[in-house]
Design a protein around this ligand. Structure first.
Ligand SMILES: [Fe+2]
Length: 164
């Protein structure tokens, strides 16, 4: 792909988060099946639905600028996935695995928040109003999800410490 101007960079970054979101759908399936905490499983399944909507929003964003998603990797999401798998293979207790999964989900959200903030800013600079709206929708969902995950992690951490 051509990488010569800020618009090319926008398409590159948009393609990378598109790859990442698709991978996140798979990860949410895998992780929600591996944790034995029903609240977290439910949270992850809910965010899976949102993620599918986010992919559609990205599709609309590509359409709005007359582009299509390019084959661009999203190595940060791959690394978080690999980290979870390696940890799960170390035979942690169900409670510890749940806490690790929560932290991993929160890391993913913060990566996405940074990625979407960058994309929203670039869309603003380019005056791409349709993209601004669509990307802000995704950004808001990631911020809300991060908040929910962090509140739940605190609650769980307090309970776990009180029980020791
Ligand atoms: Fe997302």
């Amino acid at each position: 792909m051509r990488l010569e101007n800020p618009r090319d960079l926008f398409v590159y970054n948009l393609s990378s988060i598109y790859t990442g979101e698709k991978k996140i759908v798979e990860m949410l399936d895998e992780v929600s099946g591996k944790v034995n905490d029903s609240t977290l499983s439910q949270m992850l399944r809910h965010h899976r639905e949102e993620t599918q909507q986010q992919i559609q929003n990205l599709d609309q964003c590509f359409q709005a600028i007359g582009e299509s998603p390019q084959q661009v990797p999203c190595p940060v999401v791959d690394a978080i996935h690999q980290e979870f798998r390696q940890f799960a293979d170390m035979n942690p207790s169900p409670q510890v695995l749940t806490m690790f999964a929560l932290a991993g989900a929160d890391k993913t959200e913060h990566f996405e928040i940074a990625a979407y903030r960058g994309l929203v800013n670039k869309a603003m600079l380019m005056g791409e109003t349709t993209c601004i709206q669509l990307l802000e929708t995704n950004l808001l969902q990631e911020e809300e999800t991060a908040g929910k995950l962090e509140r739940f992690a605190n609650e769980l951490g307090r309970k776990a410490l009180a029980a020791t």
